[in-house]
Write a protein that binds this ligand. Structure first.
Ligand SMILES: O=C(O)CCC(=O)C(=O)O
Ligand SMILES: [Mn+2]
Length: 240
């Protein structure tokens, strides 16, 4: 039995169902997005939804927008294989060590996609009133053209892509227990967004597994957004 089949069975992964869908690229040009659909069976998706809700150290996100510190309604968390420290939206974040659930999910999507990931950004949307504006995940700390694997749990939400030159839009519905992968040059040409859906009252949790660029581990403090792990007895540098 293959390794991915063994993992799939342990974790409740709907392998055969997903294999039929992954070959279709949702984008007409300039990038690759594969929607695998529901990759976890309903009970496993419920299990992970509840575990993530309870075990993740959720915190409101802070961002500096037009010089003002904004606290978002949605909550976020960041986990990784090292306690990476990085700067994002004018604030400093530090990755927590993998939980057993995140490691199991990472192992599963790695065996399915053939990609590897070393960090995960998690978002918790309390209801359809919360969403995320147009953006791309092209931060300089991420591996160039690295795959980003997005796992969704809870409320079904629309997810949109918009081409930065043609304004062409592509839409997909992200279901409970589903996997979407963005890769190649997608982040260079397409923005994405999670629009609010006022009728949705349920919580949604999204996990985006990413790869922090190896070369940046070596970059030292002065101007990098990612730093080597900071020794526990030293405080992170102050905000500018
Ligand atoms: O919640 C989602 O589906 C997308 C989240 C996202 O785009 C991000 O965290 O960068
Ligand atoms: Mn994003």
């Amino acid at each position: 039995m293959s390794q991915s089949k063994i993992i799939s069975e342990q974790i409740g992964f709907d392998l055969e169902n997903s294999e039929m869908r992954i070959n279709k690229n949702l984008l007409p040009q300039d990038g690759t997005v594969h929607y695998f659909g529901k990759v976890l069976d309903h009970d496993s998706a419920n299990y992970y939804f509840n575990q993530l809700l309870q075990t993740i150290e959720w915190q409101h996100d802070c961002a500096v927008i037009f010089g003002k510190m904004i606290v978002t309604k949605r909550k976020v968390a960041w986990y990784g294989e090292q306690d990476f420290s990085y700067r994002y939206s004018g604030t400093e974040k530090r990755a927590l060590p993998w939980t057993s659930e995140l490691l199991a999910l990472k192992q599963l999507i790695e065996s399915q996609t053939g990609e590897t990931f070393n960090s995960c950004l998690l978002n918790l949307y309390h209801s359809g009133e919360e969403g995320m504006a147009w953006h791309r995940d092209g931060e300089t700390d991420l591996k160039k053209n690295g795959a980003i694997a997005s796992l969704s749990f809870g409320a079904e939400r629309r997810f949109l892509f918009k081409h930065k030159n043609t304004q062409e839009k592509v839409e997909v519905l992200l279901e409970h227990g589903s996997l979407l992968v963005m890769k190649d040059c997608t982040q260079s040409f397409w923005l994405h967004r999670l629009p609010p859906m006022k009728k949705v009252k349920m919580v949604r949790i999204n996990l985006t597994f990413r790869t922090i660029a190896e070369s940046l581990f070596e970059v030292q403090h002065h101007d990098s957004r990612i730093r080597k792990p900071i020794p526990p007895n030293r405080k992170p540098n102050k905000q500018p």
